[in-house]
Design a protein around this ligand. Structure first.
Ligand SMILES: [Zn+2]
Ligand SMILES: [Zn+2]
Length: 148
């Protein structure tokens, strides 16, 4: 199945389910200033790192769908992608560093100070994520046909 991304900001969209059915929303960690414009991702779309939201992903972390803590209606669907630095932190189990990196990058992006609530929410979110990891990080191949 193809990823659904926002045609305006090219970020992957999450599925939000409520009484009126499924709809697509921006990820909870990305405070968008526009309405999501769901479109099918092109084949070569890589998006952004799902952890720090800044760099291009180089790997994906196979992940089960899970409910995001504090946001019972919010479902994390599918795998999480990770940039080089975030992959390294995941592989070496440095989740605390990863939380700090993600929060700092997000704060930089929104030009707001890092606050404790963001650290707490992100820590809890990653704890839920870790319980739902299905396997080791899988590098994204630069080109098809390199496996074997
Ligand atoms: Zn958008
Ligand atoms: Zn990253």
């Amino acid at each position: 199945m193809k990823s659904i991304i926002c045609g305006t900001c090219s970020r992957a969209l999450d599925t939000f389910s409520d009484a009126s059915g499924d709809r697509y929303i921006h990820p909870s960690h990305f405070a968008a200033d526009h309405e999501p414009a769901p479109v099918e991702a092109p084949d070569d779309w890589r998006g952004h790192c799902d952890f720090c939201f800044s760099d291009k992903p180089v790997a994906v972390l196979p992940t089960n769908d899970f409910i995001v803590p504090h946001m019972p209606d919010h479902l994390s669907r599918g795998d999480w992608s990770a940039c080089g630095m975030c992959s390294m932190l995941i592989e070496t189990g440095r989740w605390e560093r990863l939380v700090k990196r993600a929060v700092r990058k997000s704060a930089e992006f929104h030009e707001i100070p890092v606050d404790v609530a963001m650290l707490v929410i992100t820590t809890v979110m990653y704890e839920a994520l870790r319980e739902n990891i299905r396997g080791p990080l899988r590098p994204l191949a630069e080109k098809a046909g390199t496996d074997g």
